[in-house]
Ligand binder design. Structure first.
Ligand code: DAH
Length: 345
């Protein structure tokens, strides 16, 4: 009987040490300690041995049971820590989780493209104050005192004591104020590209109270400047920004600070100039331009007999939507921070 018990113990322990999973351990537990297990059956035989030997054999049988139980417990604990180690291990070769990637706002993208187009023909990007005096935004640009743009229905005025010389403080309604700032510096010739935020008291499906304009100004000796330069710059921009097949035109218009003044148009990319729902007559309006008014040149301390120039002021949001050929139902969407909209650009 003692021999049998010892061989059960040895057999059990070696099988337990060889076990490869918790499931195998469970099976071994049943095989040895279960209701019909090897050890249980052997213990039933105890009744058959002489009574005086029973306590000794009984004690041995208990020890064997304990050894088997402990061996199973140890192995099981071992499996558990291995499992945890397995979870903790990091596979550095595993492909990562891609973080969501953003991109520049479509208006910023348009600004960067406009800058690079004008830089190629020698324009320098500048920026001037958005909080400005009336002098720069209107007075020096030859606006008469009663011009409607100077009314607080159209322009945001800031509650501040007007400057005796430069007048009230306001949010600049156009980038043309940069023309005066640039000429005032007195460095000639000028090839300026002023891109800035501009502000007007309007908010509806086709206007936001804050929008962006880009203003060009060229000033040089009068004999070097003619309208053809203006038309050349316009054409170059239209072809670079909208594509080589697009053409431009100028039509007479009126602005206070240019003489002559023009509206500039670009041929419609949807119908190729034939006329469609988007453009109506084959042309899309780009914005204003003209030859700098002699009064403006004088107001900046230069002699209009000697110096001449041309300028243009166009809207960034406008060229952006024209380029994409998109008709945004509500232009305010551009500034709504809606990702579903922005992700399309
Ligand atoms: N400042 C004008 C506006 O906001 C646009 C403009 C017209 C700018 C003619 C110019 C120009 O430089 O020559 O409506």
């Amino acid at each position: 009987m003692e021999n049998e018990l010892m061989s059960i113990k040895n057999n059990a322990v070696s099988l337990i040490l060889d076990a490869r999973s918790e499931k195998e351990l469970e099976e071994l537990k049943l095989q040895f300690l279960g209701k019909n297990g090897t050890l249980t059956m052997a213990l039933k035989e105890l009744t058959k041995i002489p009574i005086e030997k029973r306590p000794e054999v009984g004690k041995l049988a208990n020890e064997v049971k304990q050894i088997i139980e402990e061996a199973i417990e140890n192995s099981s604990a071992n499996f558990k820590t291995k499992k945890i180690e397995k979870i903790k291990k990091i596979d550095v070769t595993e492909p990562g989780i891609r973080p969501p990637l953003g991109h520049l706002h479509p208006v910023t993208q348009a600004i960067e493209e406009i800058i690079s187009i004008f830089e190629r023909i020698g324009f320098t990007r500048v920026r001037y104050p958005e909080i400005e005096w009336d002098f720069y935004a209107f007075e020096a640009l030859n606006f008469p005192e009663n011009h409607p743009a100077r009314d607080d229905w159209e322009t945001f005025f800031i509650e501040q004591q007007p400057d005796p010389k430069k007048g009230p403080v306001l949010l600049t309604p156009h980038t043309s104020s940069g023309q005066i700032r640039e000429m005032e510096k007195g460095k000639l010739p000028i090839k300026m590209l002023n891109i800035a935020k501009t502000y007007r008291r309007q908010s509806d499906v086709s206007h936001t109270p804050m929008f962006h304009q880009f203003e060009t100004l060229v000033i040089d000796k009068a004999e070097n400047i003619s309208i053809t330069h203006l038309k050349g710059v316009l054409d170059y921009f239209v072809k670079s920004y909208f594509g080589p097949d697009r053409v431009s035109r100028i039509r007479p218009y009126h602005f206070q600070f240019t003489e002559p003044s023009f509206e500039t148009d670009v041929s419609c990319g949807v119908c190729d100039g034939k006329g469609c729902k988007l453009c109506k007559e084959g042309w899309l309006e780009l914005g204003g331009a003209g030859m700098v008014h002699p009064n403006v040149i004088t107001n900046c301390g230069l002699n209009p007999e000697k110096y001449a120039g041309f300028a243009s002021g166009w809207g960034v949001e406008r060229v952006l939507t024209m380029k994409e050929g998109i008709e945004i139902d509500d232009i305010r969407l551009l500034y709504s921070n809606k990702l579903e909209f922005l992700e399309q650009f």
